[in-house]
Design a binder for this molecule. Structure first.
Ligand code: PXL
Length: 279
């Protein structure tokens, strides 16, 4: 039986982040993906790629969720952009009522270090309704600073403090995606807190800007690996390698933003060659 995973997130019509990143990533792992769309993000090419978030009606979110979970066999769930506070509260209610073994909360508050998708009204729901449900949560540096109420995070010590603060909100495990933003480090540094110990995950910095969708792709890869029964520590490591390759082989899809390539880790190149040879 193919393992199954559900993403509850926003739609990124450019295909790099959000639901699109999640489903593409699940498929790469051979995991069957279900989705519940909470919001639709559009980008305006005539206005400097300005983002707009269009939230979906709560009743439609619930109906999608119930359609998805009818399989009764979902091994892992992840949440991404929730759209607004009301929808975030609804998602928390649904997740606590219909229990799941692995819940990955990607606390999407800010988008890629810019303020162009800031969802401050979602923060309270994330802290007090979703974190207590999280098997693991995957904030980036900006989100970790907001959730832990410590503002800018610039070093590993602050990352550790933030991870503990976020765990005190109820998340069982925390991985803070420091990535390229941790400028004091030579390397891209993520911090994994398993509830008792810290693990630093280092990787060489990638000199490329093709990182649109990196955050969503990381948490989707983590979710897929959990659905496949890897341990949390293994799943975090796999997710980091997956996203590292996705950025390294990233694509300049449009003139505005560089996308990660979700197919990179599993060497889609070989798949293409094989298909060519089969002709
Ligand atoms: O990367 C944050 C993010 C999450 N979800 C959706 C997005 C974005 C950024 O553009 O569009 C749907």
């Amino acid at each position: 039986m193919v393992q199954q995973a559900l993403t509850i997130a926003g739609s990124d019509s450019t295909g790099g982040a959000g639901i699109q990143a999640d489903l593409k990533t699940f498929e790469e792992f051979g995991v069957f993906g279900f989705s519940t769309i909470t919001s639709i993000v559009t980008m305006d090419a005539t206005k400097g790629w300005q983002h707009q978030v269009h939230s979906i009606d709560g009743a439609i979110i619930k109906a999608q969720f119930l359609s998805a979970i009818a399989s009764k066999n979902i091994a892992a769930v992840k949440t991404g952009m929730l759209g607004n506070a009301e929808n975030a509260e609804l998602v928390a209610e649904l997740l606590s009522y219909y229990q799941f073994s692995h819940i990955v909360i990607d606390p999407v508050i800010a988008c890629k270090g810019t303020a162009n998708i800031l969802q401050p009204d979602v923060v309270q729901q994330l802290k007090y309704k979703l974190m207590p449900l999280a098997s693991i949560t995957t904030p980036n540096l900006v989100e970790a600073g907001i959730l832990a109420e410590i503002g800018d995070i610039t070093n590993i010590q602050q990352m550790k403090y933030a991870a503990k603060q976020i765990a005190s909100l109820g998340a069982k495990q925390v991985v803070i995606k420091g990535g390229h933003r941790l400028t004091t480090q030579e390397q891209a540094c993520d911090l994994y807190y398993d509830g008792s110990d810290f693990h630093l995950l280092r990787a060489s910095k990638i000199q490329k800007e093709t990182n649109h969708g990196a955050g969503c792709t990381f948490s989707a890869a983590l979710t897929a690996a959990l659905a496949l029964n890897f341990t949390y520590e293994q799943a975090v490591k796999i997710a980091k390698d997956f996203v590292h390759q996705a950025i390294t082989d990233g694509l300049s899809i449009n003139p505005y933003v560089g996308h990660v390539w979700h197919g990179a880790y599993f060497a889609t190149q070989n798949r293409k060659e094989r298909l060519q040879n089969a002709k």
